[in-house]
Design a protein around this ligand. Structure first.
Ligand SMILES: Cc1cc2nc3c(=O)[nH]c(=O)nc-3n(C[C@H](O)[C@H](O)[C@H](O)COP(=O)(O)OP(=O)(O)OC[C@H]3O[C@@H](n4cnc5c(N)ncnc54)[C@H](O)[C@@H]3O)c2cc1C
Length: 604
């Protein structure tokens, strides 16, 4: 076999103007990979004109090396060997573009995550050289590409009108983009409609809802659809068509909305304890934290002692982590076999916030706080714990496998007793007589199987929606043009929900602001000359409507040819693998490019 990488085997198809730029990544790469050796090996490749190294290729001096070589005409294709492409591929494509070249004549070799972080010594250097050779071979065969341009409606739809959905709608509308705010209940506000004051700073939940709702009502750009759910979704980024089903007094009415982007803000729901869990459902004086909060909103606070269900509460026990942080093998599952293993994040603060309110408003009510761990993370939250201690809330700590025992009691006029092995007093067993037991129930995802199924949105094992990447793309879903905000993603407090809402709104505004969208060009492309209309590609396609067979006239005859809807194509290549005529390719990943890479790897 002749080695396509050897200079002497260079033929006409090899223009030999690939520039290879190898990054030390401060030592992240060069501590394990001999980058000079990798450069020397690259220099010997027939397709490579120059090979250089730099301490940080992403730095200005690193990028300027590429720009100068392109501007001088030294190179016309570029390979950077550095960290994962998800981190800096865009950086280097932009550098190529700034040099006046097409940004898609660029190929990335990952020699950090795939090499220096997992191999050492000679094997690391050899593997890095091989990856660089493959990237250079592909780069030589790259063609200039152009982004797929799609017209977009300057309109977004936000599903769910809790605080996250309201904030998203308001922020998008402020950018001059129309918004449909879809809410399945009668009114916006979500969970906040059921809360009293908010931790950590005591702001009234109702005031926050009112502030957002006033702006929504005054905005000409926002249309609220109460009692409404999305019944059907068609289309793709920039061009979705939604069917909204609204329940009214006289039945259901359907509305069609053309929209450019969708934001999921469907929130979460409270965990409901199963019958008998800490005597819940068996004893009326065992209630959940949301039920206590509603009672607090109704209590006037003009008495010395809190009253719940018509009874004065002298001793109240609060139990943390009910329906959260469950451990398989220790905790019982509910009928649906689900076990919420995650921390619900807001309950500790909410318990302490309610506890402080009670101790400061009803000093005749004593509080015993039984916890596994106190997790009051975030600004102003630790103070809630300190304040509770100053308010003489009595803390007791239990282990996951030894939860407090709640029992009916007739001692001393107290209807309940709670027994706990207290880790703060060397596991001494204590029994607290109580008038009320409050279960700090966690949160669970809302049932969004309908809309999530229609949009094919991924959810984690915990049932919450999965973003593309928690750091790099934290409010984007893998379906282009669909974003997420608030607690449909994970448990979070209302400030965090607003942060994600602001981020989602910024993404939507950037996407729809111009009235058109430019998508990556790495999509399937049909060679109509070769296509014989077998339909194998259509059958293999994983995305509804991305590929279809259309009738066309060829030499006076009606024939069928495959046609790609570029905005829907995910560029997965499933169609390429099945076409008997090799008539379909993915731009930027053509068979010729793959062959060049495989040859380079085999020859290395
Ligand atoms: C007991 C408790 C106490 C809390 N205390 C505090 C506190 O003191 N301070 C604080 O900052 N945070 C607190 N939180 C957290 C706070 O409630 C949440 O952060 C906040 O409500 C999240 O807002 P959201 O918009 O994401 O979700 P939600 O408030 O749940 O709103 C989601 C909305 O979407 C709607 N919806 C759902 N599915 C659909 C659908 N398919 N179609 C249309 N509409 C749909 C729902 O009806 C709802 O209106 C507490 C939470 C709990 C459970």
């Amino acid at each position: 076999m002749t080695n396509p990488n050897d200079k002497e085997n260079k033929d006409d198809t090899h223009n030999g103007k690939v520039g290879v730029y190898i990054c030390h990544c401060g030592g992240n790469i060069s501590d394990h990979v001999d980058v000079d050796k990798v450069r020397d090996a690259a220099e010997d490749l027939s397709c490579v004109k120059v090979a250089r190294t730099n301490m940080f290729m992403c730095s200005d001096p690193g990028q300027n090396m590429i720009i100068e070589d392109l501007e001088n005409g030294e190179v016309d294709r570029v390979v950077v060997a550095s960290c994962a492409p998800s981190l800096h591929e865009t950086t280097f494509r932009s550098a190529v573009e700034r040099a006046g070249a097409n940004p898609f004549v660029y190929e990335h070799a990952n020699i950090r995550e795939q090499v220096s972080w997992v191999h050492h010594g000679d094997p690391a250097t050899d593997k890095a050289s091989t990856l660089v050779a493959a990237a250079a071979a592909k780069a030589e065969n790259l063609e200039p590409l152009h982004p797929v341009r799609v017209d977009a409606f300057r309109h977004a739809t936000v599903i769910g009108a809790g605080i996250a959905g309201m904030k998203t709608a308001v922020d998008i509308a402020r950018q001059g983009i129309d918004v449909a705010l879809v809410e399945k209940t009668t009114q916006p506000g979500g969970r906040l409609n059921t809360l009293h004051t908010l931790a950590p700073d005591g702001e009234k939940a109702g005031d926050v809802v009112d502030a957002f709702y006033e702006e929504i009502q005054n905005s000409e750009r926002i249309t609220v659809y109460p009692n409404t759910q999305v019944n059907d979704v068609k289309g793709y980024v920039g061009n979705f068509t939604l069917t909204l089903a609204t329940d009214g007094e006289n039945g259901r009415a359907d509305t069609t909305v053309d929209t450019g982007a969708i934001v999921m803000a469907t929130g979460s729901q409270s965990y409901t304890p199963f019958n008998g869990e800490y005597a819940y459902g068996e004893h009326p004086q065992v209630i959940t934290l949301p039920e206590l909060i509603q009672t607090l909103a109704e209590n006037s606070g003009d008495e010395n002692t809190l009253t719940v269900n018509g009874k004065k509460i002298r001793n109240m026990v609060m139990i943390h982590c009910v329906g959260s942080r469950r451990i398989p093998g220790i905790h019982e599952t509910k009928e649906d076999a689900n076990l919420n293993e995650y921390c619900s994040r807001t309950c500790c603060s909410a318990v302490l916030h309610a506890g402080n309110f009670i101790r400061e408003t009803f000093p005749g009510t004593s509080i015993f706080d039984m916890y596994r761990d106190i997790r009051t993370y975030g600004r102003g939250q630790e103070e809630l714990y300190n304040r509770a201690a100053e308010n003489r809330v009595v803390f007791m700590r239990f282990e996951a496998d030894a939860p407090p025992r709640v029992e009916s009691s007739d001692t001393g006029n107290f209807p309940l007793s709670v027994t706990v092995s207290d880790g703060l007093t060397f596991n001494e067993e204590m029994t607290v007589p109580a008038d009320l037991v409050v279960l700090a129930t966690g949160v669970e995802p809302t049932d969004i199987s309908g809309i999530a199924g229609m949009l094919k949105l991924p959810r984690g094992n915990d049932g919450f929606l999965n973003e593309v990447h928690p750091k790099l793309r934290p409010v984007e879903l893998p379906v282009t043009g669909v974003f997420l905000a608030g607690t449909c993603q994970a448990p979070m407090d209302s400030s965090e929900a607003c942060n994600t809402a602001g981020a989602a709104a910024a993404k939507v505004s950037a996407l729809l602001g111009k009235g058109y969208i430019e998508l990556d060009p790495f999509v399937a492309h049909v060679d109509e000359e070769k296509c014989t209309g077998t339909g194998a590609c259509v059958d293999a396609c994983l995305v509804d409507d991305a590929l279809e067979l259309v009738e066309t006239e060829v030499a006076g005859q009606t024939v069928k040819k495959a046609r790609v809807t570029a905005a829907l194509c995910q560029g997965c290549g499933a169609c390429v693998a099945v076409c008997p005529e090799n008539a379909i390719e993915v731009n930027g990943w053509t068979l010729k490019q793959y062959e060049a890479m495989v040859d380079a790897i085999a020859a290395a």
